[in-house]
Design a protein around this ligand. Structure first.
Ligand code: GDP
Length: 295
């Protein structure tokens, strides 16, 4: 599908055999290739440029060891730099509070409800927690049913109030219920819209103010490329979220949105989602993502 960055750089470096250090001339030709590879992987152009400027500085004067080609050395520099930018080590959820409240926000169709189910399953099976899923989408009755089906599949209770059109009340009542029933994690699946709008933002912000969640996870479809960045910015301005969930990485996107979002909002990517099956939730590994972006 794509020519990998290693292949591109190796051809850019063909003339270089025998030189001891990466020089300004080599860097100039390869930086262009790196930038193109990043843009092909959906990284925003401006960010790709800033990024390659950093790589250029790092690469200048690097000693080329005979064991690896200059192209491979550049790829290594790029990969390390990418991984560092994306966070370097995986960040765990903050789960000490009892109950821990986790608010899930994002656009409609981003994969919020599916992710809520995956997260509940992950917390139940891997972290030994007793989660409660909360259907706080008051606009789509089908969203309640969808969450109930997911809850049924993983054996996790789902709290809903089909007649109540007040998301804040539903969230508050759900937390009371969790305390009464001994659920130590409450996952609130909020309503999404097709685009960022004021009503949705106000509603999620009100839920946040009412329940003071320990974690606010912003769910974003990695296939939406550049648009994902504007959405992330808008949600972050209103919610100051604690982490990003990148969904649909099982698709054929290179995932450059991960880098752009991370760079723009400076929040950690806490999970990736690679499919509709409930056991496929994955912790985010920056190095794997860097590898994927570079191909
Ligand atoms: P919501 O509107 O944000 O709650 O989104 P949903 O959870 O309903 O997901 C929207 C669609 O995307 C559904 O058809 C899901 O099955 C699908 N979906 C969610 N997550 C993933 C994923 O990681 N990979 C793939 N391929 N599909 C996903």
């Amino acid at each position: 599908m794509f020519e990998s960055l290693s292949e591109r750089l190796d051809s850019a470096f063909k003339q270089l055999k025998g030189e001891g250090r990466i020089s300004e001339i080599n860097v100039a030709t390869t930086v262009k290739e790196i930038r193109r590879a990043l843009v092909d992987a959906d990284v925003n152009f401006k960010i790709a440029k800033e990024f390659t400027d950093r790589v250029r500085e790092k690469a200048m004067g690097e000693k080329v060891i005979t064991a690896i080609s200059p192209g491979q050395l550049m790829v290594k520099i790029v990969k390390d730099e990418l991984a560092e930018l994306m966070g370097n080590t995986e960040v765990e959820l903050e789960l000490k509070a009892n109950p821990t409240v986790i608010l899930i926000a994002g656009l409609q169709g981003s994969g919020k409800t599916t992710f809520s189910g995956k997260l509940a399953n992950f917390l139940k099976t891997k972290k030994n927690k007793k989660p409660l899923l909360v259907a706080a989408d008051i606009y789509r009755p089908a969203a309640i049913d969808q969450l109930k089906v997911l809850g049924g599949q993983i054996g996790v209770e789902v709290y809903s109030e089909p007649e109540n059109k007040n998301a804040v009340q539903i969230a508050e009542n759900a937390i009371k219920e969790a305390k009464a029933k001994g659920n130590n994690v409450v996952i609130i699946d909020t309503a999404g819209r097709l685009a960022v709008d004021e009503v949705m933002m106000t509603e999620v912000a009100n839920v946040k103010a009412a329940v003071a969640p320990q974690e606010i996870l912003f769910v974003v479809d990695s296939m939406t490329g550049q648009d994902a960045v504007n959405t992330a910015k808008a949600f972050n301005e209103r919610l100051d979220f604690s982490g990003i969930v990148l969904t649909k990485l099982d698709g054929d996107t290179r995932g450059g949105a991960a880098l752009t979002i991370k760079y723009t909002v400076q929040k950690p990517i806490k999970f990736v989602s690679m499919g509709e099956k409930l056991d496929t939730l994955d912790v985010f590994y920056p190095e794997r993502m860097a590898q994927r972006i570079l191909g």
